[in-house]
Design a protein around this ligand. Structure first.
Ligand code: SF4
Ligand code: SF4
Length: 98
């Protein structure tokens, strides 16, 4: 079977689709505290549950972990799943001021 789009996989990266940059839909923004994040504290690839559970594939692993806010929809799943409570969901206006 010919594969026409190599972005179709569980590891795909978001891209601009018909809905544009879907991060515009967000009303709260995940903010990661590196002082609590297990990966940052250990300074090595560790935990990454936020990456695993994010339904949008917008968590970028590394140190520090980053989130592609162009496509993050602010669902808060990453914050719910983070075992270290290192992610706070900040309402849109507050996040702009950080
Ligand atoms: S789930 Fe929390 S502790 Fe784990 S890597 Fe993500 S931000 Fe860090
Ligand atoms: S708020 Fe939702 S979409 Fe945004 S990084 Fe967290 S899990 Fe992914």
């Amino acid at each position: 079977m010919e594969i026409k789009d190599d972005n179709i996989s569980a590891m795909c990266r978001p891209a601009i689709g018909e809905a544009g940059r879907t991060g515009d839909w967000r009303d709260s923004t995940p903010v990661i505290d590196p002082a609590k994040c297990i990966a940052s504290l250990k300074n090595r690839p560790a935990c990454y549950l936020c990456w695993l559970y994010c339904p949008e594939g917008v968590v970028i692993t590394g140190n520090p972990i980053r989130i592609d806010l162009d496509y993050c929809k602010g669902c808060g799943i990453c914050a719910e799943e983070c075992p270290a409570r290192a992610i706070a969901m900040v309402m849109h206006e507050e996040a702009k001021n950080e």
